[in-house]
Ligand binder design. Structure first.
Ligand code: SF4
Length: 506
């Protein structure tokens, strides 16, 4: 049973109540039991100047559902009041017509979440609404702060009372404790104190704010819905695919270190931080973002196509068919097949409804493993030399099962090609990766991994090949720390970056 948390109308403290909903449980996913996949981060949207802002936010979140399926929330404001409803489950399950009707106003922010920091609970679902000395503020945050401990301790010494364990609330508490005279100055002051990855949208009773961290780790774009009879609707979203559903035009990206404010008087902007080298997450192009989104100035589809082509140039092998591991391996496989002149075939079929109907205790899900989600097309694989394209190997257990599955369907040879370099280090910027001791590429050579996953050959895309694929050689500053171990910020968790040998004292 999904749960909803309703924070409604303006008052001194949040009045929260549990509302029962009829939504189904969360999709456990076939890989969850094995912990062998990287989880999406979060998606955020903001709407300013629309008579049904809640529904617009709903549509935006619907398009961003791939960025987090654990919980979702929408907060709205009508100039006087600020309401907030959030729940566990998918966007479409939580926000029925009845629920949307409880969210009046011309402004809205929304969030869909996979938990990265803070407990995986309704309390930490977003938007978070805090009644501060600067008035009511709602915030929705994509990313992960890395200087959490210090900031939280300092704020608590200063008398801050935290309502959640989420790092996003730290930003609001910093705003509340800022000595700056105006709200926009307080926000700029606070954002300048936090280190890490954040693309955030915020709302007061009468204003919307959008900002990105100084290094621009996570994407955030601004769009506009033209209104011939009045002011345009201004929208913000983690990915531009949300604009298509809203019929909004993509105007521009929010810049790294930029704070944008939208009021009745229009859009104003300030650069609250300058000088940091851009470190946009290259893994957004590899895996997270939808291919129909344009992020960091480039279509994701184009990047993945180029990754596949480059992979074919770097590590081609004679074969009969190129088969993607669906869904995320599809675009790279198309590029690979075209570059190599080898037929592309959907030799693995993904069941998109796993977990929505197949609700089993964890142990029984574990027994089904990968077979629950993927099934081979025997007549496409039988007797064939297969090049399998996937976007990452994390622990290696899932890759081994897929290789076995393809071979079990009659493939003569299975050559695994990965459309990014080996993942050797965890992410501290909003992507839920295991610690180094659990990353197979941090602890084994490529040949050892090949033997473990039982492939005839294994190759990864080079780092140079990946970076060039993602910006066409434009020199975009990317973070690639999970492939290099070179982190753009100073704050990392030392425990998490120790390799397996050191943790067991070898
Ligand atoms: S460490 Fe990897 S996943 Fe994390 S922000 Fe950098 S590139 Fe992205």
């Amino acid at each position: 049973m999904s749960r909803l948390l309703f924070q409604g109308i303006a008052g001194v403290a949040d009045k929260s109540e549990q509302i029962k909903a009829t939504a189904k449980p969360l999709d456990p996913g076939p890989f969850v039991a094995e912990g062998d996949t990287l989880h999406e981060e979060c998606g955020v949207v903001a709407i300013h100047g629309h008579p049904d802002a809640a529904r617009q936010a709903y549509l935006g979140l619907y398009a961003l559902q791939h960025r987090g399926q654990e919980s979702a929330g929408i907060a709205t404001a009508d100039g006087q009041h600020l309401a907030n409803i959030k729940g566990m489950g998918l966007v479409s399950e939580i926000f029925t017509d009845d629920v949307l009707a409880k969210l009046p106003g011309q402004m809205a922010i929304g969030h869909t979440r996979y938990s990265t920091t803070g407990d995986s609970a309704l309390l930490n679902a977003q938007p978070i609404r805090v009644d501060s000395t600067k008035g009511l503020i709602a915030i929705a945050h994509n990313g992960n702060l890395v200087n959490l401990g210090n900031l939280r301790a300092r704020l608590e010494r200063d008398g801050a009372y935290f309502q959640t364990t989420s790092d996003s609330e730290i930003i609001v508490q910093l705003i509340a404790h800022s000595r700056a005279g105006t709200l926009v100055d307080a926000i700029a002051d606070s954002l300048g104190q936090v280190e890490g990855a954040f693309s955030i949208v915020m709302m007061t009773r009468d204003r919307i704010f959008a900002a990105r961290d100084p290094r621009g780790f996570r994407p955030l774009s601004m769009g506009r819905i033209k209104n011939p009879d009045g002011p345009d609707t201004i929208v913000f979203a983690s990915e531009t695919c949300a604009f298509d559903l809203l019929r909004a035009e993509h105007e521009r990206d929010v810049l790294p270190g930029e704070l944008v404010m939208v009021t009745e008087d229009g859009v104003t902007s300030r650069q609250y931080a300058t000088g940091a080298a851009q470190s946009s997450c290259v893994f957004e192009h590899v895996y997270f973002a939808r291919p129909d989104s344009r992020i960091f100035g480039r279509w994701v589809q184009e990047s993945r196509d180029q990754m596949g082509r480059q992979l074919a140039r770097e590590s081609g092998v004679p074969a009969d068919v190129v088969v993607p591991v669906p869904d995320s391996g599809v675009t790279a496989a198309l590029g690979y097949a075209e570059q190599a002149g080898i037929p592309f075939r959907m030799g693995l079929i993904r069941n998109h409804y796993v977990g929505r109907t197949f609700i089993e205790p964890e142990q029984r899900v574990r027994d089904f493993g990968v077979r629950l989600k993927l099934n081979p097309v025997h007549n496409l694989l039988e007797g064939k030399r297969v090049i399998l394209i996937d976007d990452s190997i994390i622990r290696g257990t899932t890759s081994r099962k897929i290789v076995r599955m393809v071979r079990g369907a009659g493939a003569k040879e299975v050559h695994l090609r990965i459309s990014c370099p080996p993942t050797i280090s965890p992410c501290f910027y909003g992507v839920d990766t295991p610690s180094k001791r659990d990353l197979i590429a941090a602890n084994k050579s490529i040949e050892e991994i090949r033997q473990y996953i039982e492939a005839d050959s294994l190759a990864y895309l080079s780092l140079e090949g990946l970076l060039k694929s993602c910006d066409g050689g434009q020199g975009t500053g990317f973070c690639s720390a999970c492939y290099t171990g070179n982190y753009p910020t100073q704050w990392v968790d030392v425990e998490d970056i120790l390799p397996a040998a050191e943790t067991v004292g070898i």
